[in-house]
Structure formats: C-alpha cells, structure tokens
Ligand binder design. Structure first.
Ligand SMILES: Cc1cc2nc3c(=O)[nH]c(=O)nc-3n(C[C@H](O)[C@H](O)[C@H](O)COP(=O)(O)O)c2cc1C
Ligand code: SF4
Length: 429
C-alpha cells in the first residue's frame, strides 16, 4: 500500500518521475510503507555483525565503486574503513539537509522511499558497528520519515536506534561538520578541521556522515551486489543518480538517471527546454557553467563534463537571459550564506559579489581585482564554501565571456533578466 497523505504538495508524484527506477519507485508513488518497500526490494541483509559479513560487504561496496551523492563524490568504502579504524564506538549520520537551494532530490527520495534510506543507514551502522543512527532531514519530509521510523520500531526490524532531527535551513548547514554542530549544539556552522568527522564527530566519536541518497544506493548494493550495480552508469562512475532538472525546462523536477546518459536525454525527461538555451549549470551552486552547445550531446558524468556532478543539479539557462546578472545573484547569495567565520567568506565573497554586481549593471568593474580575489579565496576557508563559489563564478566568466566584453563596453545583450525559475527564489529557502 502506498499513500501520499503526509507528502507536501511540491513532492507529490508527477508523470515521468524516473528514467531508471532504482532508488525511486517507478510509478512516482510514495511514501512507500514498509510492506510496499519490501515488495519492491525484498529484505535487506541487515543486523549482521560478523567479521566475514563485514569484509564481504565492504568488498562489494568497493567493487561497486559507490561514491557519495552529497557533493564531493568521495568513495564510500574509504569513509567506512576510516570510521572502522577508530577506537571508540562510532555513529552514523544520514545527511538529508539538502542546503542547495535548487536541489530537491533528497526530499523527493525521503518522501517517496524513506525505508530504502533507513535500510542503508542500518547496513552502514552494522558495517561500522555503530551505536546510533541520526537522520537529519529537511523539514518538508520530517513527517514521512517519522512515520517510516515508527513503522520499523513497531516491527522491531532495526538493531540500532534511529533519531530523527529536522535540519537547519541554510546553504552551509549541510556541510558535514555543520550537521554535527547542529545536532550537538544547535549551531549549523562548519567547524575547523582537522579532526575529520571520521575521527572525531558527534559526541567526539568517529562519525560516518553520508548523504541520504548514498545510503539508498548502499542498501541496494547490499541486496543485489556490485555486478548488478555496475550494469548501468559508466565504468568510472557506475550506477544511477538523482538529478534535479531546473531552470528553463517544461517540467522542473527530480529524475533518476543512469550516470552517463546524454545531457539532452536528461533534459527531455523534464519535457525538454522551454526556451532556446545558452548555458547549463551543472552540479549546482558549487558546480560549473558550460555552454549548452558543447554540453547537449555529452554524457552526464563528471569525467565527460569535467566538473563534479555535485548534488546532481542540471539547470537550463535561456538564451534571453543575462548570465552575468544571474552569476551576480548567485555570488551575493553565496556571500550571505557563509557562516562569516573565515576571511574568504567574511571579506572575499562579499567583495566578489559587489564587483560582479557592478559588472552586471554595466559599471566600471575591476576585472583584475575580481580575477585575483577568485584565486585568493580558493582553499583558504575552514570548509570548501568559498572554493565552490569561486569555481562556479570563474566558469561563468569563461562561458559568458562575450557578455563580459559587452558589459565592459556598457551594454547587455539579454532581453529578459528575470531570475530563472528555482534558482533561489523558487527554492525552499
Ligand atoms: C558548504 C557545503 C554544504 C554542503 N551541503 C550538503 C548538503 O546539504 N547535503 C549533503 O548531503 N552534503 C552536503 N555537503 C557535503 C557534506 O560535507 C558531506 O561531504 C556529505 O554529506 C557526505 O556524504 P556523501 O559522501 O554520501 O556525499 C556540503 C558541503 C559543503 C562544503
Ligand atoms: S569557509 Fe566560509 S562557510 Fe566555511 S566555515 Fe569558513 S566562514 Fe563558514
């Protein structure tokens, strides 16, 4: 049985929800209750604690090539092994904060298939012999997750207790150390590193912080094995991933696609472009702009697009828009969203945003300074917020270089500078 009773309207099913239905239900229904979940996937190999089981499942995860879906694409097996090497009993945090304003994929996953994420968290807890699972979830899906956790409690299917926490509402709140800070102290700002969370995180215990989508894939690898997992995707980036398709497309939404699907085919899943396009923003606010002409026929993979796929965002930007106005808006947003604790965020990002605003308005922008600051902020913060922002802005100045020249001459070729849908204004924050 499935029901949409506790789903917010924005997360209810639409047609054509998934292209390769693995983690999402094929028919777009949800939330799946436990019976529907078990009917779709069968039982999960959880509540094992033997060393043989742990070694074999770690081997499968390694062979599968599972990497994180929270942004950095880090190999999951390495994080599991790092936490296992600790001396105190560890914890698992499922990160469903979804701080990226244009992303909806973690909410859609938790709203439709909460039990798959909980299975993944339970298996991760078994692998690292964790004492507790903390699931940090966006407020819009709290009710769906609570209902799933209650159902499992009643059926007594989990060995490790699960605590659900509503996530804080800011861009940096989803950074791993900010999540720990939020759960522990109610302050969703990143902490200085080292130590890494895998060494000392929540309650000073080794903590495995894993994006909720990563946990869902982990649950499937434990059921079906690495060979099955690698049946789709590319050799270097196997499997499927959730993509939020936004901007100038007919139907903004989340689709599950095989990694390596053609970019144009993924846009087609969203009904195709709703206007002539000039560029795509791949990977989100920490991602990279790329001209639509060069991207359309390429496979959607980090290797072919030469950019991390981040939280799986694909934003279509129309030919009628001004890429510099949009970039200035994003830069200002990134400057306001930092925790303001480190120099690059306190001084660098606001100065960069100001200079981009001058440029976007056709004023006398100081391009040399702008270029220098974009290099100077890189790698200087306690977290990678300034690095990600600088990377995205540098790519914008490159892709929209004709527009930069026009603006420096005092004019703009855009016919419409309305912010594109879902970039900030349409998001949840
Ligand atoms: C500024 C910033 C914001 C982040 N926001 C999120 C987020 O909202 N959700 C998420 O899962 N990871 C986010 N991350 C990445 C996390 O720090 C962490 O790498 C991730 O949750 C680990 O899970 P994964 O290995 O499964 O991807 C963010 C990172 C940075 C630097
Ligand atoms: S780099 Fe920026 S966002 Fe990251 S901790 Fe420092 S001030 Fe906060």
């Amino acid at each position: 049985m499935t029901s949409t009773g506790v789903l917010p309207r924005s997360l209810r099913s639409g047609p054509d929800v998934s292209f390769v239905p693995r983690v999402l239900p094929a028919d777009g229904s949800g939330p799946e209750d436990l019976s529907a979940h078990l009917e779709r996937h069968g039982t999960c190999a959880q509540n094992h604690t033997s060393k043989e089981w742990r070694d074999s499942v770690l081997h499968e995860i390694e062979c599968a090539g599972l990497f994180g879906r929270g942004g950095a694409a880090f190999p999951t097996v390495q994080k599991l092994r790092a936490v296992l090497a600790g001396t105190r009993q560890p914890l698992v945090i499922g990160n469903g904060t979804e701080g990226e304003p244009a992303s909806m994929k973690d909410r859609v996953l938790l709203a439709r298939a909460p039990h798959l994420v909980l299975d993944g968290a339970a298996v991760a807890a078994d692998i690292i012999m964790a004492a507790e699972i903390v699931l940090v979830v966006h407020r819009e899906v709290r009710a769906a997750v609570d209902a799933a956790v209650d159902e499992r409690l009643q059926r007594g299917i989990d060995r490790v207790p699960v605590r659900v926490v509503t996530a804080a509402d800011s861009f940096v709140a989803g950074e791993a150390s900010a999540v720990v800070n939020w759960v522990e102290r109610g302050r969703a700002v990143p902490m200085d590193k080292p130590p890494r969370m895998s060494e000392r995180g929540l309650g000073r215990r080794p903590t495995l912080v894993q994006n909720v989508e990563t946990l869902a894939h982990l649950a499937l690898i434990c059921r079906h094995g690495s060979e099955w997992y690698r049946e789709i995707g590319t050799p270097g980036e196997p499997g499927s991933m959730l993509v939020t398709i936004a901007g100038s497309v007919e139907r903004v939404g989340v689709r599950e696609v095989a990694i390596g699907s053609r970019v144009s085919d993924i846009l087609a899943l969203a009904g195709g472009p709703s206007a002539e396009l000039q560029a795509l923003l791949i990977g989100g606010y920490f991602g990279r702009w790329i001209s639509s002409d060069s991207a359309m026929t390429l496979p959607f993979s980090a290797q072919s697009l030469k950019v991390g796929l981040g939280a799986g965002l694909l934003v279509a930007f129309p030919a009628s828009g001004c890429g510099l106005a949009e970039t200035a808006r994003l830069a200002r947003y990134m400057a306001t969203q930092s925790a303001g604790q480190c120099g690059p965020c306190k001084f660098g990002l606001p100065a960069i945003a100001h200079e981009l605003e001058v440029l976007a308005q056709g004023g006398p922008a100081r391009m040399n300074e702008l270029t220098r600051w974009l290099v100077e902020v890189d790698g200087r913060g306690a977290c990678s917020h300034p690095d990600g922002a600088a990377r995205q802005i540098r790519s914008a100045l490159d892709v929209f270089h004709h527009e930069v020249e026009r603006h420096l001459e005092g004019w703009c070729s855009a016919s419409d500078t309305t912010p594109i849908p879902l970039l900030i204004e349409g998001g949840s924050r």
